[in-house]
Design a protein around this ligand. Structure first.
Ligand code: GLN
Length: 543
């Protein structure tokens, strides 16, 4: 039977619970255990799919087409375990399902209540599909004491009571702030936060104390005394040099040992060579490249979390540091001179995924710059669509556009209302609500045998990548695009939907309709990012 590790946060938000969960899972995995990480989000949205990236960072899409919290990206990148729909639940989803059941009469006239109906649904979620696992790690979003989070905390309290202390472990992540005027680290907020937890009926087993200065032994002992845990279970979590250093650091501080001790388990020392290698590549690069990312949400790096990570992984694959310059596409619409001024120093140009018309002309101008100046270019999703609009305009279709931006006589990019998936014919209405009209999740693409992209994928003829978009490149423009040198080198298996475009007469110019960044891992960089950074390195040597 799986054992459960519940991860809660106290004192403040943004303590890096997601990274902590991912790192602990990686450490357990390095000892040979099978792990899965789940995220409980207390907000009332059914999923983050319709939330603005400004509010919530990127939406992470799984193979099975779930739009999930970006923490699931951390989980997948650190463990290699593919996340799925069943790994992220929100209050909104729980209430939606309960209300649907209530309307159907499934509760046979009973009064529907938070306890037991909501808490039971949360417990079922935590325990579903766990047969083949040693550990299930459940991260609870938000901070203990939040009103929205109470039913989740209550459900976990019940679960501990039902499963017993030997099969459940509560790890509470807190902050030990440094007060410069006093020159001291303060333990009081941690004490209060643990008191809040005990008031809700949960005694944490392990405290992970985030701090910006080393935690003195005396303070560790004090936290142990006041919070009712063993001193060894107070794990200092000093700010790390990078996220890739976190698993190794937590191991040195004894986190995984303490977790196993709690469960009364012994296991061989973890094999951490994978993490040593990642950190070495990250901290000792042998060169650097600068990549310009021309997008919309450039003020908030979390909006492009996976993209940022995948570029770093591409750097690791080539042992170079990747400097990312986030450039607001709208800058290029106001002032033509900006384009050369901003893009000339770049060794690679990337136009990422996005929604809406704002900034699109600036993105198209960036594509043109990359094409004409022969700078390595990667277009992702909207980025590929912009590359096709640019190509069509260059081939004489001066009005080429996307129907996403309004009615157009030249719909090089348009909405498709029917397509085939593994499950059969999929249909959607052009007028459907925003939450449910996208091509989401993993789809296969067939690669042309002699294409550049097929060599990047190691000679593969079929690949599977994750999608999240409503519009598609219109294959009726194939001939026009070829006139400008842009060819379709990957298509959906039914041959209808362009999945990849490339320019054979360019050193490295690729557009993909999917999101390769979602599948890149530090120990397994995505070939498109490894290839893009290798081409940028080549470019850096030229200029
Ligand atoms: N807005 C475009 C579409 O819906 C692209 C989406 C994306 O880049 N993820 O097709």
């Amino acid at each position: 039977m799986a054992r459960y590790i519940f991860i809660t946060g106290g004192v403040v938000s943004s303590l890096g619970k997601g990274l902590m969960a991912a790192s602990l899972a990686a450490l357990l995995q390095a000892r040979g255990f099978r792990v899965r990480i789940r995220k409980f989000d207390p907000y009332l949205n059914v999923d983050p799919g319709t939330m603005s990236p400004y509010q919530h960072g990127e939406v992470y899409v799984t193979d099975d087409g779930a739009e999930t919290d970006l923490d699931l990206g951390h989980y997948e990148r650190f463990t290699g375990v593919s996340a799925h729909q069943g790994d992220n639940i929100t209050s909104g989803r729980v209430y939606r399902d309960i209300i649907a059941k209530e309307r159907r009469g499934d509760y046979l006239g009973a009064t529907v209540q938070v306890i037991p109906h909501v808490t039971d649904a949360i417990k079922d979620f935590a325990q579903s599909d766990t047969d083949d696992l040693d550990f299930v790690l459940c991260e609870i979003g938000g901070t203990v004491g939040d009103i929205e989070g109470l039913p989740f905390i209550e459900a976990l309290r019940q679960l501990r009571n039902e499963l017993g202390r030997d099969d459940t472990c509560f790890v509470h992540v807190t902050l030990v702030p440094y007060i410069a005027a006093a020159g001291e680290l303060k333990t009081k907020p941690t004490q209060h936060s643990v008191r809040e937890m005990t008031g809700l009926g949960i005694q944490p087993d392990i405290l992970l104390c985030r701090c910006e200065k080393p935690l003195p032994d005396s303070e560790r002992a004090k936290i142990a005394l006041f919070c009712n845990v063993r001193k060894e279970a107070v794990i200092p979590a000093l700010d790390a040099s990078s996220i890739y250093a976190v698993p190794l650091q937590y191991h040195r501080e004894g986190l995984d040992d303490e977790v196993l001790r709690h469960f009364g388990m012994s296991a061989p020392a973890p094999d951490l060579s994978r993490w040593d290698d990642i950190l070495d590549r990250y901290e000792h690069p042998e060169g650097e490249v600068t990549i310009g990312v021309v997008g919309k949400y450039v003020g908030l790096p979390d909006a492009y979390k996976s993209l940022n990570e995948a570029l770093v992984h591409g750097g690791m694959a080539n042992r170079v540091k990747v400097n990312i310059r986030w450039i607001d596409a709208e800058l290029f619409e106001k002032d033509d001179d900006e384009i050369a001024a901003r893009l000339e120093p770049m060794h690679g140009i990337l136009v990422p995924g996005g929604f809406g018309e704002r900034g699109s002309e600036g993105k198209i101008a960036s594509v043109r710059f990359a094409k004409e100046r022969k700078v390595p270019f990667l277009g992702i999703c909207l980025g590929m669509q912009m590359a096709c609009i640019e190509g069509a305009r260059a081939a004489g279709h001066s009005e080429a556009s996307s129907t996403e931006f309004g009615p157009t006589d030249e719909p090089v990019v348009g909405i498709i209302t029917e397509w085939m998936s593994k499950e059969g014919l999929q249909q959607r209405s052009a007028e459907g609500d925003l939450g449910g009209t996208m091509r989401l999740g993993a789809y296969d693409a067939r690669l042309s045998g002699n294409s550049y992209v097929s060599s990047i994928y190691g000679g593969a003829t079929t690949i599977s990548e994750r999608h999240r978009h409503r519009y598609e490149v219109n294959s009726a423009y194939k001939g026009a695009l070829e006139k400008d040198g842009l060819v379709f080198s990957g298509m959906s298996p039914d041959g209808l939907l362009p999945e990849i475009v490339e320019r054979p007469d360019h050193p490295w110019f690729i557009g993909v309709q999917f999101h390769p960044e979602l599948k890149s891992k530090p120990f397994d960089p995505h070939p498109l990012f490894a290839g893009f950074i290798a081409a940028a390195l080549q470019q850096a040597r030229l200029v």
